[in-house]
Design a protein around this ligand. Structure first.
Ligand SMILES: Cc1cc2nc3c(=O)[nH]c(=O)nc-3n(C[C@H](O)[C@H](O)[C@H](O)COP(=O)(O)OP(=O)(O)OC[C@H]3O[C@@H](n4cnc5c(N)ncnc54)[C@H](O)[C@@H]3O)c2cc1C
Length: 397
């Protein structure tokens, strides 16, 4: 059995995405990274293939697929263009998947068809200028008005798809976490709001430029200034968002780990080809023991990350929290492994590896974000250690 393609349907999905990537993603990747711009039309075109609503219900235009499919699509897109894959993740996982599993019927019916088709581009806004890992430290707040509307105030930082073009057009719809109260222990009570472009007080503060990597995705600061949100755009009940926030972070971490796998696979492929094509001192460089160490260790790491990622995917249900040990474990391992494999590829390819045309320098830059976004390495270490103290029996299962 191939753990990464457990059914014919999964294999067909992989083949379809790989063909699409060869034809449409790879030819534009270098240019969009160099010019630091986001290929909005290419993202929209994934709607025609059913990929924008990968895990959403079919009745609302989604594909109704599972977590293995999530890993496959992110791996394949990232093997060519991790920046584009990140924009896809922000839309399909951080917004669409969140809405599918945590929105109510009316919200799903109203919004899912638009985001599944690509008519609307979505984003998720959790991080703030002064609160990232410490999510309960967020200060954006929402207060209910006498007329029943919510008034949202605050700034959100680092939001992928926060702006969708060079004219500071904000995401069509953004999933915003805000403080709506304080519990008896003094901790923030967090609620979720669906903010749509055109709602008064919602704008782009700035597009964040000069990023190290992931330059083909737009990252923005979003501003909510007395932003009026109608009551029907509150998700769930007031103050109960921590559970669904945690559930969605788990699938996000799996998808980010799968993006790491795409980077690792491509880097390995590039270094392996180069080691055959390049000769020095009358030998192919793959004959040298030091080069063999880069290739051999990269292969073993790649295979280990692939197994752990797809094992986690096959066992992870969508829409429920409680799988943090492996969602954190797989991201902790795979992101650093991808960075190391991209680095090994660059070393094997010498000066050529350092130049954009040869791809791996872009993958090397993109890989670093995966150790930070969606949870830092340190947050995964902390979570794993805490979860193993609560459930030590899982070690000997
Ligand atoms: C390109 C990009 C895209 C992003 N996209 C999004 C998005 O779409 N939506 C969104 O909401 N956010 C997004 N983010 C934000 C990202 O999730 C945060 O950057 C990340 O969670 C870390 O938060 P921070 O940057 O505030 O760092 P901090 O939380 O301030 O961390 C700084 C350092 O302190 C460490 N640290 C913090 N607390 C502890 C602790 N208790 N123990 C040990 N060490 C600790 C961290 O691990 C890190 O090393 C994005 C970020 C980037 C760069």
């Amino acid at each position: 059995m191939d753990i990464a393609n457990p059914s014919d349907e999964h294999q067909m999905l992989r083949d379809m995405v790989r063909d699409f990537v060869d034809e449409f993603v790879e030819p534009q990747a270098l240019e969009y990274d160099r010019d630091e711009k986001f290929n909005l039309e290419l993202l929209r075109s994934l709607g025609d293939m059913g990929l924008l609503g990968l895990t959403a219900s079919e009745e609302f235009g989604g594909a109704g697929l599972d977590t293995v499919a999530v890993a496959i699509v992110h791996e394949e897109l990232s093997a060519s263009d991790p920046g584009f894959a990140l924009a896809y993740l922000a839309h399909s996982m951080l917004f669409v998947n969140n809405l599918e599993f945590n929105g109510n019927d009316e919200q799903r019916e109203r919004i899912l068809p638009k985001v599944c088709s690509g008519e609307w581009i979505g984003a998720m806004a959790m991080s703030e200028p002064d609160a990232g890992t410490d999510v309960l430290g967020l200060s954006s707040s929402a207060v209910k008005n006498a007329d029943g509307n919510w008034v949202l105030n605050g700034r959100k930082m680092w939001i992928t798809n926060g702006c969708i073009d060079e004219e500071d057009t904000p995401a069509d719809v953004v999933w915003v976490y805000a403080r709506t109260g304080t519990d008896q222990k003094g901790r923030a009570e967090i609620s979720t709001f669906l903010v749509e472009n055109g709602m008064p007080g919602y704008s782009v503060g700035q597009k964040i430029i000069d990023k190290t990597g992931m330059r083909a995705s737009n990252t923005a600061e979003l501003v909510f200034q007395d932003c009026i949100v109608p009551p029907e755009n509150l998700v769930g009940s007031v103050g109960d968002s921590m559970i669904h926030m945690m559930a969605n972070l788990e699938v996000e971490r799996l998808a980010l780990a799968a993006m790491s796998l795409g980077i690792a696979r491509r880097s390995l492929d590039e270094m392996n080809k180069y080691a055959t094509d390049r000769s020095a001192f009358g030998h192919q460089i793959r004959d040298f023991g030091q080069i063999q160490r880069y290739i051999g260790e990269s292969w073993a790491k790649y295979r280990a990350m692939r197994s752990y990622i797809y094992d986690t995917a096959v066992n992870m249900g969508l829409g429920k929290a409680g799988q943090r040990l492996d969602s954190d474990g797989v991201k902790l391992f795979a992101t650093t492994a991808a960075k190391e494999i991209a680095d090994a590829a660059m070393q094997v390819m010498g000066g050529y590896g350092y130049v954009a045309e040869y791809v791996v320098e872009r993958l090397w830059r993109d890989s670093k974000l995966l150790e930070i976004g969606g949870g830092t390495l340190e947050s995964h270490q902390k979570n794993i250690t805490r979860d193993l103290s609560k459930s030590p029996e899982v070690i000997n299962k």
